[in-house]
Design a protein around this ligand. Structure first.
Ligand code: AMP
Length: 141
């Protein structure tokens, strides 16, 4: 399953670097982030050492999808919060700093700590939307 590599998360999964482990199964490992944006901020990581989400196998993707809600629920209960963000960065310009796929679960405390994003948006151009939709659909396999 993928080429052996040595990211810090692979070393955590292998127990070579300590972590506050929350969950583990055959495909997935989860632990607290060492620099939390809010209490309970955790990472959910596939054991497969894919660098970015687009490189991840369906098997690992399914396994992550299955456990994200369950781990989120446990974090919400434990931190007595109701709101949270899932953050998943791919590539250095998209704020990825560890090149091993991971999903952040970040509890959001109203008016308090949690993820802050300055969303920059502009209205969808209809011509561009039509051509992008066609191009993207063509590339789904
Ligand atoms: P990203 O910017 O999406 O690549 O996020 C990487 C995350 O990994 C950051 O939030 C770091 O705080 C976290 N991180 C890096 N090293 C460790 C570690 N040894 N244990 C726990 N979290 C870590």
């Amino acid at each position: 399953m993928g080429v052996k590599e040595n990211s810090i998360f692979s070393q955590i999964i292998e127990g070579k670097i300590p972590s506050h482990k929350l969950y583990e199964d055959e495909f997935v490992f989860s632990f607290l982030d060492v620099n939390p944006q809010s209490p309970g901020h955790a990472l959910v990581v596939p054991k497969e050492p894919a660098k970015t989400l687009d490189e991840l196998s369906e098997e690992s993707a399914e396994a992550i999808g299955r456990v994200l809600p369950k781990i989120s629920r446990a974090i919400l209960k434990a931190t007595r919060t109701k709101e949270f963000n899932i953050l998943q960065n791919n590539g250095p310009n998209a704020f990825q700093s560890v090149f091993h796929v991971h999903f952040h679960i970040i509890p959001k405390i109203p008016g308090g700590p949690g993820l802050e994003i300055p969303f920059v948006t502009s209205p969808l151009d209809q011509d561009e939307a039509r051509s992008l939709t066609a191009e993207i659909r063509k590339n789904l396999d």
